[in-house]
Design a protein. Sequence first.
Lengths: 411, 411
Amino acid sequence: MNIPDTLAHRTAQVILTVRKSDGAPLANQNVTVTQRKHKFLFGNTAWEIIALANGGLKGEARAERINDRFFDLFNFATLPFYWGGFEPERGKPHTESIRKGAQAFVERGCVLKGHPLCWHTGTAPWLLDLSNAEILEAQIARIHRDVADFAGLIDMWDVINEAVIMPMFDKYDNGITRICKELGRIKTIRTMFNAARKTNPGAILLLNDFDVSSAFDILVEGCLEAGIKIDVIGIQSHMHQGYWGVEKTEWVLANFERFGLPIHFTETTIVSGDIMPAHIVDLNDFQVNEWPSTPEGEARQAEEIVTHYKTLLAHPLVEGITYWGMTDGGWLKAPGGFLTADGHPKPAYHALHDLVKGEWWLPPTTMTTDGEGKVQVTGFLGEYEVTCGEATAAFELESSGAAAVKVTLLR
Amino acid sequence: MNIPDTLAHRTAQVILTVRKSDGAPLANQNVTVTQRKHKFLFGNTAWEIIALANGGLKGEARAERINDRFFDLFNFATLPFYWGGFEPERGKPHTESIRKGAQAFVERGCVLKGHPLCWHTGTAPWLLDLSNAEILEAQIARIHRDVADFAGLIDMWDVINEAVIMPMFDKYDNGITRICKELGRIKTIRTMFNAARKTNPGAILLLNDFDVSSAFDILVEGCLEAGIKIDVIGIQSHMHQGYWGVEKTEWVLANFERFGLPIHFTETTIVSGDIMPAHIVDLNDFQVNEWPSTPEGEARQAEEIVTHYKTLLAHPLVEGITYWGMTDGGWLKAPGGFLTADGHPKPAYHALHDLVKGEWWLPPTTMTTDGEGKVQVTGFLGEYEVTCGEATAAFELESSGAAAVKVTLLR
C-alpha cells in the first residue's frame, strides 16, 4: 500500500506471526492476507434496505441494486427513528419493521446508529395535546423504550438533533420546542442523555447539529462543563448550496477538536446538479419540481467527495462519515446520491469505492512467512484474514502504529 | 405625568406622608416635590471628563461643553480599563489619573462601571513575552489589583468582554486569546469572575458581548449551568450599519430574558450620517477619511434613539443603557454622538433629554398635603426631594407599584 502521510494515523504496521493449529510456526510458507472490514465507519442511510427486509420492495431491481451497492461500499447505517413517523399513533410504534431492517444490516456486518431520539422537526404530533410535564415524560419514556428495544442491534444513538435551534424553532408549534424553551438547551440535553445512558450504559451517544457556528461548539462546551458525557460530536454537512471546501471543513474541525472527543460527520450531501442559491437559509424552503443531475455536476461531485473524505480521514478525531442517501431524488429531490434514482452507480460511487475498497484497502495479498512464521502487514485499521490453503485465521489492526499480532490457523 | 402602559413598571405611585421636624404631620400645606435622579441607568462614556479632571483639557470650551451636557442628561458612566492603555508598561498602571476621573463622576452623583477587566483586543502587549501560565497569573493579579484599587468608586465591572469570539479571534496574536484557547470560554469566564468577586464581593459583574446570535445566549446558559454567578448580561449594540429596529431589538431581548437576569445595553451607537455598508463584518475594517453628519441623518438618529430607548425601557429586565461616546468623530470617525465634534447638542441630544428629563421626569411640582400630611406622588423610579419653604426631605421610589413613604422635613 502506498499510504500518504496525512493518513498514517489510520494504519498499522504489524508483524504477524502465523502458527499452525498445533502451535508451531508456519515457517517459509505462502499465506494470503485479505482485509475484511474497515474500522472507520463509512455510513449511509439506505432505508430501502429496511423496506426490502420487510418485503416491501421485494423483486424490485432498483431496490436490489441499492442493496448490493450499499453493502459493497458501506459498513455503517443510520436508521430512522423520527418520532412522528415511528409512532404516529401513541402506543403503536413501528418497532418490528425497523427491527427487521436493523437485522438485515447487522447480518451483513454493519454497525448501526438510531436517529434521532429527540428532535423538534417531525416529532409526534400528538404531543401537542399534552402539557409540558406530560410531553417531557412521554419523551423520556420513548427513549427508555426504544433504546431498550434495540439494545444489542443498535448501540449508537443521535440522542438530540439540532439543539442549537430547538428552543427558537418557529416554523410550526411542536412539543419538543415547547419543553426545550421551558428547560433550556442544556437541561434538555442532560435529561435525554441521562435517559439513554441509563437504559443502555454501553451505548455511544451523540449530540448532532447542522449548526457549525460558534453556537454549537459553545453548546458542547456548556454541556461538558455541566458534566454531561457526550461520546461523539455529530456534525451535519448537507452541502446543497455547494461543497464547503477544505478550508471551511478544517475550520469546523478546528472548532471542535479542542474537546478531544471523537467526531462523526453524520449527514453529508454533495449534489451533482445545480447548486441551491446561497440566499436560502432553511434548505427545506427550496422546493423544485425537478433537480436534474448533469454530467459536469457528476464529475464535480465525484471530485468533491474524494476531497471531502480525504480531508475528514486526515483528521485523527473523525471516526465516521455518514452520507445522506444512496440515490438521487431523495430529500428536496436533490441529485445528491451515489446512485441514480434508478440505482445505477454515478461517478461519485466509483470514486469513493476506489478509495474505500481500493487505495485504502488491502486486497488478497500473498506473502511468504519467514523461518519463524512471520510476515509484515501494513494496512488500514480494521478486520483481516490470513489463509494458507484451507486453513484460516482472523485478526484485527486495532490501533495505529507498529504492533505484533499472533494468530493460529484453523481449518 | 402621563405615563404609557409600556413603562408602568418603571414608575411608582406613592402616598407620601410629610412630617415636621417635631414629628407632627405637615397638614394642609403646599409642598414641592422634585425628582433628583433616575434609578434607571442612563449612561455614556464621556472620557473627556477624565481628561478634564486631570487638567488635560482645562479651559477648552469644547471639553467644558461636553462636561456640562453629560451631567445634565446622564447618571452613569463607563470608564476605560483597556489593559494595553491602562498599563502599557508592566507595573506602571494609570491608576491615579483614572481615579481622579472617577471621582469627578462620583462627585456629581454618577454610578460607574469599569470596562473591561479581560479582553483580547487592546490587551497588554507585554503578555506576548509570557508563558500561558504567566499570562493567566498576570490577568488574575490585574483583576485583583484594579478591582481593589477602585472599590467604593467603581463597584460594577465588565469582567469579560466578547468571550464568544475570544478564542477564535485571529486578527492578531494576543495573550488573552492564547489563554482562552487553552482554557475554553467557560473556564476563562469562571476564573475572571471568581477573581473579581473575591476582591469585591458586593460588585455587580457583567458578561458583555457584541454577539447577539444564539452563540451568546448559549454561552450565558453554559456559564449559569456551570454555576458561574453573572449579575447582569451586557449586550452591545453598535449600529453603524443601521438601526436594528424594534423587531430585532425585541428578538434579542427575548433570547436573553429567559435567564431572568438584569440586562444592560452596554455600548449603543446610532449614526447620523451614511450607514456603513452591510458587507463589513468587523466594523474596524471600515476606515474612512471623514464620515460627515447630515441634517436628514440627524433627524433620523434622533427618531431612532427615541424609539430605541423606549423599546428598551419597556422591557422590565433592562436596567441600564450606555451610549458609546458623547461626540461625533470618535471611534471610526462615525457621526454617532449626541453632540457635534465641537460639543454642541445635536437633535438626538434634545430628543433624549426630552424623555429623560421631560416625559420621564417629575419637575418641581407643588401640591397640597391633606389633613394627615399626605400627598400622592407618581413618578419614575429614582430619588426625589420634597420641600416646604426652607425645610426639605429626600425620599426614593425604589420599586414599581403602590407604596407608602414617610419623610420628616429637616432644615
